[in-house]
Design a protein around this ligand. Structure first.
Ligand code: PEP
Ligand code: MG
Length: 921
């Protein structure tokens, strides 16, 4: 559109409009406007980026506006763009509405050419500084704007370093760097076929286009896909043009990155690193290992005080932990950018609680700033402290947690081994770059031999909640030989290593890990969450251990105990099989009589662990043939047995034919042994049993078992099974009650589609209840309810509500039933394509399909409560632990969600978010 304003000086841009100015640009405007010392500059909007990408040319008049802004910068700084006496240099940075660290490209020192370089050298009196800036510019511009690979520059640079016997970049002289720049110019000429552009405005225009183009680059696209960044969250990148300030102007200059609080622990203390006489990229790229900010107090005490003041100003303005970059140029402190700090969850939780106590944020803000899903990170394992192991290397504890896996030395291979082959992988690099991102996704942990706690590896690993040890300088990584040397020892690709990102230690071999504890702050935070949530959070737990863990995470009951999991035990399976293959009701009852005490013990343990909270036990659900051996295995075994029988008969026949049965004692003895070893009678007996089993398996075979003889259908055709379970539940409850343990048993019937099914089950439940009450001398109260997991159950909610005291949505089955997708087939075959092509936004087995499945749930709730207003309703499918689905459950007026143990904290926070968001609207 003509006359749209695309270019905004930092003094004018709306600091709240991240969509238009990008996060970084909006912040630079805001920082300028609240009086922080920000180098002058301006922002080109994301709208200009979108226009450019659509039209493949810059919007009309854009460069005129840019020129006007450059003139304003010249005025503010007293320097001239392209001026050979006192040249103005700028950085050109990307920045979209969502922070995408390391995903987009930045160009520094733009405006340098042969003439302005001399101006810089004259103005600073520092030729080394000038050439250093120049060579950096040529490489960055060459790479980002002209597509010259880093390797081409690195080769030349390393050659000069070697010739100069320089260990580090700072050891290179002005002359060395001059030669570096000359060689770099030649590299650009050779690779692109054109000379390096020397006109500063031409450089600026190319750079702006390159930043715009990087929005559509592979790295950025992959990142957005991985983190589900949709166009309404961020669309296009802004370009920030900022006056250069130099941290590499000598020993009174420095550059650094800092967090207002420690991003690994949340400790309320300025945290970060700096390098004297260096540029920002040196810190981020991890080329030199920086010093911790504590040292600044010794080296530049006045600057350290100013930095503390800056920290306070940032937090009191943003009410959020800030991750900021600063530069000290000849004793002058500049703040170059700030953004909300990406922290691991431990730190997020601690800062939430502490900032609330400091009065910086409210309890609601403290809750809402934490993504519920991230809480699972706090349940990550740590190294078993009872295991004594000698670390082989010590690096920086860059992202907490512990992991073991095979060492892999590049990102592609990490992806191949980790993602494709499902192996546990530790990515080992000298330092990482944004293009390694796919290797991060596939790895359990990341180890680098260079770089600090704010290096790329550290920042990205923390964001992903993966353990990272950075800057383990004792390790020398040889990518070509796929080997790392550590002192006198070494490890190769494929060798197992262990990282402890909390201590920074690296070990050879695998070290076991243990479950972590809740931090006191997490308990405080979840306490606040419970006060605000309306939905209660229960757990899906089948064993006492699961139940204990879920309870320690704050579950207020068991919403689903799947009894079939209790049958799948080496000790019990033979009895279960006996029950299934029984030919008469008496035989079946005999097997059930053996199972009864076992089940009673199971239920009693669950009741004890959860007392006095409710425990919802679901009667047997899956088709019983699932407990029987596989038909093909049986067939093979049978044919082996038949062959054996032939042999057994053969020995007997042979012995008879040879008259050996009347032979000498010792020969007869040998024949006897041979016959006993394969006793025909024993073999025949085994064949008979196998044949019977095979017959049973064939009889129970179903073309579509998930839609077949399972759930309540089984309970109706084999009532003895459900009766045994109901008796076990009620007897266990009666035993507990007798022992003074408060219990709230709930009996839940699966796969119900008609009220008549429920009535049938309820009849024998009532009979057994009366019988147990009489035997134990006192009735135990219990609730009787139904799973709602078939479509007809939703449609018949009114009549089901007449029989049931509670509804429990089994959204795993309900999703299958609503879509008519079988989960296993869908996820392996067409769902990925459906998601990629946008036919379905999400995998409905992960994210509740609110429009379809959710609609059925709403109807069932409404109709069920129309008959029974106090009908208790919850969800126990996988979706019960997912924040977006929990938000829907809140809106749909459910009473509780039930999810697996480790999701309980997630669900508690998500339930609070749901209530707060609904309240805020
Ligand atoms: C469900 O269907 O959502 C459910 C909880 O049952 P299951 O996953 O055991 O079939
Ligand atoms: Mg189910």
């Amino acid at each position: 559109m003509a006359n749209t304003k695309h270019v905004f000086a930092f003094e004018d841009g709306d600091g709240k409009n991240k969509h238009l100015l990008g996060g970084k640009g909006a912040n630079l405007c805001e920082m300028t406007q609240i009086g922080l010392n920000v180098p002058p500059g301006f922002v080109i909007s994301t709208a200009a980026c979108l226009d450019y990408l659509a039209a493949t040319k810059l919007p009309t008049g854009l460069m005129d506006d840019v020129q006007a802004q450059m003139r304003a910068l010249e005025q503010k700084t007293g320097k001239g763009f392209g001026d050979s006496d006192n040249p103005l240099l700028v950085s050109v940075r990307s920045g979209s509405a969502m922070s995408m660290p390391g995903m987009m490209d930045t160009i520094l020192n733009l405006g340098l050419n042969a003439e302005t370089l001399q101006g810089v050298i004259c103005a600073t009196g520092d030729a080394r500084f000038g050439y250093d800036a120049y060579r950096r510019f040529i490489q960055l511009f060459g790479k980002v704007a002209l597509g010259v690979p880093d390797a081409a520059f690195d080769k030349e640079f390393d050659a000069i370093k070697e010739a100069a016997h320089a260990k580090q970049d700072v050891d290179l002289s002005a002359n060395d760097l001059k030669e570096v720049s000359e060689r770099f110019l030649a590299v650009v000429q050779n690779v692109t076929g054109h000379p390096f552009p020397s006109d500063p405005y031409q450089q600026l225009e190319i750079a702006i286009k390159a930043v715009f183009n990087s929005w559509g680059g592979k790295r950025a696209v992959d990142y957005r896909r991985q983190f589900h960044i949709t166009p309404d969250m961020a669309n296009g990148t802004a370009v920030n043009v900022v006056t250069m300030v130099f941290g590499n102007r000598g020993d009174d200059s420095a550059t650094g990155v800092a967090f207002t609080r420690n991003p690994a622990t949340g400790e309320n203390k300025l945290y970060g690193e700096y390098l004297v006489n260096a540029q920002g990229e040196d810190v981020v790229a991890g080329i030199r290992t920086p010093k911790p900010l504590d040292r600044l107090k010794v080296e530049m005490p006045e600057m350290a005080d100013q930095l503390d003041a800056l920290r306070d100003k940032l937090e009191s303005h943003y009410h959020e932990v800030q991750d900021f970059e600063f530069t000290i140029e000849r004793g002058q402190l500049y703040c170059l950018q700030t953004r909300n700090g990406k922290m691991n969850t431990v730190a997020m939780v601690r800062t939430s609680v502490e900032m609330e106590r400091e009065g910086l944020i409210t309890k609601e803000q403290a809750l809402l700033r934490i993504a519920p899903d991230s809480l699972e990170q706090m349940l990550f394992p740590r190294l078993d402290p009872t295991i004594k192991a000698e670390a082989v290397a010590q690096g920086l504890p860059a992202s907490p947690g512990a992991a073991s896996g095979i060492a892999v030395f590049d990102a592609d291979r990490a992806e191949q081994y980790g993602r494709e082959q499902g192996r546990k992988v530790i990515l080992v690099r000298e330092e990482t770059k944004p293009e390694d991102i796919h290797g991060f996704f596939a790895s359990e942990g990341i180890l680098t031999s260079r770089g600090g706690k704010t290096s790329h590896a550290a920042v990205v690993a923390r964001g992903m909640g993966k353990p990272c040890v950075a800057g383990a300088e004792g390790i020398s990584v040889d990518v070509n030989r796929r080997e790392a040397r550590v002192g006198l020892t070494s490890f190769k690709e494929g060798d197992v290593i262990t990282l402890d990102g909390t201590s920074g230690k690296v070990y050879l071999g695998a070290i076991p890990t243990v479950e972590p504890d809740f931090t006191p702050e997490l308990n405080v935070l979840l306490g606040w969450a419970d006060e605000r949530a309306r939905l209660k959070v229960m757990a899906n737990a089948d064993t006492p251990d699961d139940a204990r863990r879920a309870r320690s995470y704050g579950a207020v009951g068991i919403g689903l105990a799947r009894t079939e999991r209790m049958f799948n035990d080496v000790e019990r399976l033979p009895i279960v099989i006996e029950m299934i293959v029984a030919d008469t009701p008496e035989q079946r009852q005999a097997a059930l009589d053996k199972l009864l005490p076992l089940q009673r013990r199971d239920f009693r343990e669950l009741f004890e662990v959860m007392s006095p909270n409710p425990v919802t036990i679901r009667l047997l659900d899956p088709p019983i043939h699932e407990f029987l051996p596989d038909e093909h295995v049986l067939e093979r075994e049978l044919s082996e047995l038949r062959a054996l029988a032939q042999n057994a008969r053969g020995v007997t026949v042979l012995a008879g034919a040879m008259g050996l049965l009347h032979a000498s004692e010792s020969v007869r003895h040998d024949i006897d042994i041979a016959r006993r070893m394969i006793d025909p009678a024993v073999v025949e007996d085994a064949i008979g049993k196998k044949e019977a089993m095979l017959k049973k398996v064939r009889a129970l075979y179903e073309t579509n078992p998930m839609l077949g003889h399972r759930g309540v259908r089984l309970g109706i055709t084999f009532p003895e099974i459900y009766q045994m379970q109901v008796r076990a539940i009620l007897e266990a409850a009666a035993e507990c009650a007798k022992a003074g343990i408060q219990v709230k048993p709930q009996i839940k019937v699966p796969q119900v589609c008609t009220a008549e099914e429920l009535r049938k089950v309820k009849t024998f439940v009532d009979d057994i209840h009366a019988e147990v009450a009489e035997r134990y001398g006192k009735p135990v109260s219990f609730k009787f309810g139904t799973m709602i997991e078939v479509v007809r159950a939703c449609m018949r909610a009114e009549s089901l509500a007449e029989e049931a005291e509670f509804f429990s949505f089994g959204t795993n089955d309900l999703t299958q039933a609503t879509f008519s997708f079988s989960r296993e087939d869908a996820e392996n075959k067409f769902l990925p394509l459906y998601n990629q092509s946008g036919i379905l936004q999400d995998n409905p087995f992960d994210v509740l399909d609110v429009k379809g499945v959710g609609k059925l749930m709403q109807l069932a709730v409404e109709w069920g409560r129309s008959v029974k207003p106090d009908l208790h309703v919850g969800i126990c499918g996988e979706h019960g632990g997912h924040p977006a689905s929990i938000e829907f459950c809140h809106k749909a007026n459910l009473d509780y969600v039930s999810c697996s143990g480790p999701r309980v904290p997630v669900a508690r926070l998500a339930a609070a978010h749901a209530a707060l968001k609904a309240g805020n609207k």
